[in-house]
Design a protein around this ligand. Structure first.
Ligand code: CU
Length: 660
């Protein structure tokens, strides 16, 4: 055990050295011609979309490659004043959970939907690591369309990984915890007895994308880190990396680093489906939110669900198998043929590569070394294809190209290493600046990698960019891998933590893009389809204002008769039917964000005035030469006043009265 600790601390020591000194050749690493390879002339589109997680920002960002230009930040789990996400009444339900309104999360992994193991351009999924949730983003609109909460889970790290036809996205719990509900109040010291892992299988409708928590598999209590589905020959299986097989529940830094080997868990999900159909699952009472955004009503709804079906892996012996893997594995990656599964022990000095065929033989011949928590443990040698010797320090994650090569990131030694999957020989290595986490080869997790680039997502930037106070921008680095040697061609700053990313050719997405919402198809209950339909309606202390925006005015632009303490709902319909003409909406004193309303859309801002006076409202999104004139006034009177509620445009309420 002493030796292991020395090994652990020597790795940590290297971390400190590696991140506090500037490696040699940080600028000379970029060779001539790099600028040409990343230059996208003004007016030209990039070749690829790169979907990058925002980590602790809770959002997803979209970059063009090879330019590295930031194209969009998609709000997912965190409120976003730029888009009005989580501020408009219509989007607030998207952030509902069984814990109430949760306006933040930690988005670690992105997953593009697939058909036959290739990216199909329909959706991208993201995980919420803190309050476990999975989101589906519709790539017609680049908007979050659905968020489903995960019961019995804590720290939803090992997600969202999809099967090769996106039959399911899966989510493994990072923290094993007692199952939700009755029986969850137990001593922490009873970890071994009471803490359980749950792997969630969320089905995805092929046409609509609609998600459903189909079932969960209950496992012994360990920490699940990452996962990948089997593909081609291994379709029907899933592979999860697990650490903390020590089942430590304090000081994991040391106590979860004791065992020489942890596990990769192989799951036969087709078998699990059979058990599900045969009624072998147990209905377990839980509470979780399922939030859906409707593009016709422009409104999200939350539905709360009360049970989930759980299959117990310790009882149903042939759905889960453990494979020993050195040491605290992070990445668990399946190559394009589906035959090889690469384990990346973040405290290991070698890379084990497992063989799907050998795993199947080992299961058939029961080559087990015992059980762990009731689950068979396959003998290491029986599952192993071979080990890559001395590849680097701290392997994290592997992606693949189309030519039989793997690219592994090494956090501790800050490098990307290219190696041959069959022969297990290192063929190239390049430094990263600094401390790379995940990698992305466009399509590198599919049956047909695109394979022209590898992008490193780095945790630390140090001296890479102009100083911006105590924190520097995080970054990505683009390498050309079209030749034998990897060539660094671009650095670009990123938002939040660029934890993981995927990329695919732009044409998969550009063909489906929404340009407007058709106003005649708008089914929002408070839509105004033209200025003639604008009005103000009082229902007790609620005031509904049907308001429209079009270049360059707001209708109505004079509202009187609102009283202190009223709940005022501005239902703003953007009448524009022209691409790229959103309008914004804000009002003085609203302790809320703004709205951003797409062409043809209706969105609502709730405002409770607390003072009397005249409150200007205006368009916040620069829309035309007379954008600055796009404004109006709301008069707020005392709570008991009898100023009548009026809404007008082109004249004042008082003028109207005078005419009568
Ligand atoms: Cu405007």
């Amino acid at each position: 055990m002493k030796l292991q600790s020395v090994f652990l601390y020597s790795l940590l020591g290297i971390t400190l050295v590696g991140t506090s000194c500037k490696p040699k050749g940080t600028s000379s690493a970029v060779t001539g011609g790099a600028a040409e390879k990343t230059y996208v002339p003004p007016g030209k589109y990039d070749e690829l979309y790169n979907f990058v997680s925002g980590g602790f920002s809770g959002q997803m960002s979209v970059y063009g490659l090879p330019s590295g230009r930031l194209l969009r930040v998609i709000p997912v789990f965190s409120v976003d004043p730029e888009k009005g996400w989580g501020y408009s009444e219509e989007t607030k339900p998207m952030l509902n959970t069984s814990h109430g309104f949760v306006p933040w999360d930690d988005l670690h992994h992105v997953e593009l939907s697939q058909t036959n193991g290739e990216v199909n351009g329909k959706w991208v999924f993201g995980n919420a690591n803190n309050t476990p949730r999975i989101a589906r983003i519709d790539l017609k609109t680049f908007r979050t369309a659905e968020i489903i909460e995960l019961p019995n889970s804590a720290g939803n790290h090992s997600s969202p990984y999809g099967t090769e036809n996106t039959e399911y996205v899966v989510a493994g719990t990072r923290f094993s915890v007692p199952a939700d509900g009755a029986g969850s109040d137990v001593p922490i010291s009873s970890y071994k007895e009471n803490f359980k892992g749950h792997i969630s299988f969320i089905s995805v409708d092929k046409e609509t994308g609609k998600m459903d928590l189909s079932f969960q598999i209950r496992t012994p209590g360990v920490n699940f880190d990452l996962a990948r589905c089997g593909k081609a020959k291994s379709h029907g299986w899933f592979f999860f990396s697990c650490y903390n097989t020590e089942q430590a529940n304090t000081l994991l830094e040391v106590n979860a680093s004791k065992n020489d080997k942890d596990f990769i868990m192989a799951v036969n999900w087709k078998k699990a489906e059979e058990y599900l159909k045969a009624g072998k699952g147990k209905k377990v009472p839980v509470k979780y939110a399922h939030n859906t955004y409707n593009e016709t009503t422009h409104t999200a709804t939350s539905e709360f669900k009360n049970e989930v079906i759980v299959l117990d892996a310790a009882e149903l012996k042939d759905i889960c198998y453990f494979i020993p893997c050195p040491k605290s594995p992070h990445g668990c990656d399946v190559n394009p043929t589906g035959e090889y599964i690469v384990g990346s022990g973040k405290l290991a000095a070698l890379l084990p590569v497992f063989s799907f065929d050998k795993i199947q033989t080992a299961i058939a011949e029961k080559q087990f070394e015992g059980e762990y928590g009731g689950i068979p443990v396959i003998k290491y040698e029986a599952a192993l294809h071979g080990e890559v010797q001395k590849p680097g320090l701290g392997p994290l994650h592997t992606e693949f190209d189309a030519n039989g090569f793997a690219y592994t990131s090494f956090f501790v030694s800050s490098e990307v290493v290219k190696w041959n999957v069959k022969e297990l020989k290192v063929v190239d290595r390049v430094p990263t600046y600094y401390s790379v986490g995940h990698l992305c080869v466009p399509g590198g997790n599919t049956r047909k990698p695109y394979g022209k680039y590898v992008i490193a997502y780095n945790k630390i930037t140090k001296d890479r960019y102009l100083p911006t106070g105590p924190e520097l921008s995080q970054s990505a680095q683009l390498f050309d891998i079209s030749g034998d040697k990897m060539q660094l061609i671009l650095d670009f700053p990123t938002i939040g933590e660029p934890h993981y990313a995927q990329a695919a050719p732009a044409e998969l997405f550009t063909k489906n893009q929404y340009k407007i919402y058709k106003i005649e198809e708008n089914k929002h209950p408070y839509v105004a389809k033209g200025e003639a339909e604008t009005k103000a309606v009082r229902e007790g202390n609620k005031v509904h204002i049907y308001l429209t925006t079009i270049r360059s005015h707001i209708a109505p632009d004079n509202i009187e008769g609102v009283k202190v303490g009223d709940e005022v709902y501005f239902h703003v319909t953007n009448l524009e039917q022209d691409w790229d003409i959103p309008h914004g909406f804000a009002i003085k004193g609203a302790n809320n964000g703004e709205l951003l309303i797409m062409p043809g859309e209706t969105t609502t801002l709730k405002w409770i005035p607390e003072k009397t006076g005249i409150f200007p409202m205006y368009c916040t999104d620069f829309c035309s030469a007379l954008h600055q004139e796009m404004q109006g006034y709301v008069r707020v009177s005392p709570a008991g006043s009898n100023v009548p509620l009026t809404a007008s445009i082109g004249k004042n309420a008082a003028d109207e009265k005078a005419q009568k």
